[in-house]
Design a protein around this ligand. Structure first.
Ligand code: DGJ
Length: 352
């Protein structure tokens, strides 16, 4: 039995096997915790999805039972999610209207990362099996609530569509200057790294890196969690962030994410807002101990709010040369003058 967190070490499940749930997130349901994440295999082949999404169950957050593969994409059994696709950062929420468990994940049909889409899968039980529902880009047909008027300019949209038609390389080269938002109104906005957030009123949102990772969006979901209401906003314009996580504390909204350096770690970002759709104020890197400039060699994936004003920063220490060996850093978030701080203790416990 484990009675503490040991960040960055191997973390065995109830079979003694290192937990295989990378880029993960936690669902709390009926007094249990469900940890969903990318199941990785050995070697560099593990950097794309060969198996699917693994789920683990716990009552205390330290000890995890293997719940098996919640979303299985082996042997091309889900034609829309071919084995070897990119399926990252799965997050599960329960719909308050349908009662179904809905998994959201970043989907790419291949490693060019040009689909920039979100996949949806549904299940009647948190352990699954999750059944593929659909893949789409967020909020097609809508402009964000805080659109700068110049982005509705038809000439800049036309120019951006021409860049877009040339494909990923050209789009990447123009991430800073083209009107990628305007170019994507009909098809839907790009979405790569993503997370989910549920507000106190039960309304759920996706937060995702968009516009070739230059700008973050927050999009409101329909109550069944399978589509968008059309309400969304842009935040951190041209700040190039990934790995977005949102949580709420004492009525304020907090954001923790990363910069964009692929599998290599970088300094985390943080921000605070009085209202979810902004304005957001950046607060800098919350990782404040030695190695904080690489977020202790890790990248955020989820923030888990708990009783007693406790928040766990969940992060991945990626090992792309042998993907299955990736480690997990779960660290307590502290607050100094309402600013989040993440220290790096070698071992720590929750306050009960
Ligand atoms: C960084 C992202 O945060 C990961 O989820 C993954 O997409 C890698 N980039 C791929 O290079």
């Amino acid at each position: 039995m484990r009675t503490s967190f040991i960040p960055g070490e191997l973390w065995p499940d109830d079979h003694g096997v290192h937990i295989n749930a990378h880029g993960g997130g936690i669902l709390q349901h009926n007094g249990s915790y469900y940890w969903y994440g990318e199941h990785k295999i050995e070697g560099t082949a593990g950097n794309s999805a060969q198996v699917g999404v693994h789920v683990y169950v716990s009552d205390d957050l330290y000890n995890w039972r293997d719940g098996g593969i919640a979303l299985d994409i082996r042997d091309n059994r889900v034609p829309e999610l071919p084995t070897g696709c990119v399926l990252e950062r799965p997050k599960v929420l329960r719909s308050r209207t349908t009662g179904q468990f809905v998994m959201h994940f970043h989907f790419e049909s291949d490693k060019r990362y040009d689909d920039a889409a979100i996949g949806f899968a549904v299940a009647d039980h948190p352990l699954g099996p999750f059944v593929f529902h659909h893949v789409q880009r967020p909020v097609p047909g809508h402009w964000p609530v805080n659109t700068p008027p110049e982005l509705k300019d038809s000439e800049s949209i036309k120019q951006a569509k021409e860049i877009y038609a040339q494909g990923g390389k050209a789009i990447r080269a123009h991430a800073n200057d083209a009107n990628l938002l305007g170019a994507c109104i009909e098809r839907g906005q790009e979405s790569r790294d993503m997370g989910v957030f549920v507000d106190d009123d039960g309304t759920a949102y996706q937060v995702y890196s968009s516009e070739m990772n230059s700008t973050t969006h927050i999009a409101e979901l329909t109550p069944d969690l399978l589509g968008y209401t059309g309400r969304f906003c842009r935040i951190f314009v041209k700040r190039f962030m990934e790995a977005p996580c949102i949580f709420k504390r004492h009525g304020k909204y907090y954001f923790i994410g990363s910069g964009c350096t692929g599998w290599k770690p970088n300094a985390a970002r943080s921000a605070v807002a009085e209202s979810l759709f902004g304005p957001w104020e950046e607060l800098g890197n919350p990782a404040c101990d030695e190695d904080g400039d690489t977020t202790y060699r890790s990248q955020s994936t989820f923030v888990l709010p708990l009783a007693n004003d406790q928040y766990i920063f969940m992060a991945d220490r990626w090992t792309p040369e042998n993907a299955i060996d990736g480690r997990y850093l779960w660290l307590p978030i502290q607050f100094a003058d309402d600013r989040p701080l993440i220290h790096a203790p070698a071992e720590w416990r929750l306050k009960l």
